[in-house]
Write a protein that binds this ligand. Structure first.
Ligand SMILES: Nc1ncnc2c1ncn2[C@@H]1O[C@H](COP(=O)(O)OP(=O)(O)OP(=O)(O)O)[C@@H](O)[C@H]1O
Ligand SMILES: [Mg+2]
Length: 257
């Protein structure tokens, strides 16, 4: 059984959804939760590279696909089934059915959390997932920049329409620190202010750090490096997320009683 389905989303591309999905998953697993990570970005899957997995998946005797087991999480991506340099050309319906297969035909087993890394935008994949699954909630990732927030608002409005609760906003690429001072390259606190305005929980701030870039390319999530401040930052984000989920569950119980 999968207890919680969490989607990581943002209307905007390239703002760090996959980076947050992976590091959040590994952070939750380090707190003894059973975690799976599903890369739902059919057209631009990042997980094989970010997790350093190049082998093709195998199946069990019942023809269920076995998820990878690395960094204490289970993971699966369409990217593991096709060569890295081959583009997938599918219509929306085919892409949605591929996602359904990744959900149903993978032997996920019992999980506390299945983190689903969504593609950018508010298209077929996002909609069909939200309509076919009982999603616990969405984690929104944004940079502080207005150009990113415009698309984020669209994603939030889509989640509202399909009754997926917003669990909070992560502000990524908040600032670049050099010589002890912070440079707010994408503007200051745009996503924080948006979370206040829309009354969503602010889950945390991730600075721009070349180590994050390197870790994504090298296939090792940055959060495993306990010496870095980023380790603490991702753990704080996952703790706040867990608190929000348990608070939401308490509220739900109160309502049904
Ligand atoms: N805080 C950060 N500091 C430095 N580099 C970062 C940071 N966050 C993400 N990156 C880098 O930015 C790029 C985009 O990140 P990522 O792939 O996680 O974004 P995405 O939102 O999933 O993109 P897409 O919309 O294409 O799926 C990656 O190369 C990643 O390594
Ligand atoms: Mg991505």
């Amino acid at each position: 059984m999968i207890k919680n389905f969490i989607v990581v989303a943002s209307g905007k591309g390239g703002v760090g959804k996959s980076t947050v999905s992976l590091n959040l998953s590994v952070s939750l697993a380090s707190q003894k939760y059973k975690v799976g990570l599903l890369d739902a970005d059919i057209y631009g899957p990042s997980m094989p590279r970010m997790m350093g997995i190049s082998e093709k998946p195998s199946a069990d005797k019942n023809k269920k696909i076995l998820p990878y087991n690395k960094f204490s999480i289970k993971a699966m991506s369409i990217g593991n089934m096709i060569p890295e340099d081959k583009a997938i050309i599918w219509r929306g319906a085919m892409a949605s059915s591929a996602i359904k297969q990744l959900l149903n035909d993978v032997q996920w087993g019992d999980l506390d959390f299945l983190i689903i890394d969504l593609p950018p935008g508010t298209g077929d994949i996002q909609l069909s997932l939200c309509q076919n699954l009982s999603i616990t909630g969405a984690v929104i990732v944004s940079t502080p920049q207005e150009v990113s927030l415009i698309d984020v608002r669209k994603a939030i409005s889509m989640f509202k329409k399909v009754n997926v609760p917003i669990l909070g906003i992560v502000q990524n690429m908040s600032y670049l620190e050099s010589d002890g001072s912070k440079n707010y390259i994408f503007g200051k606190d745009g996503a924080l202010k948006e979370s206040e305005k829309q009354k969503f929980k602010f889950l945390g701030d991730i600075p721009i750090n070349p180590e994050i870039c390197k870790s994504c390319d090298n296939g090792k999530p940055i959060v495993i490096n306990k010496k870095l401040e980023l380790h603490k930052i991702f753990n704080e984000i996952s703790n706040r997320l867990i608190n929000t989920i348990s608070n939401n569950k308490n509220t739900e119980v109160k309502i049904t009683n």
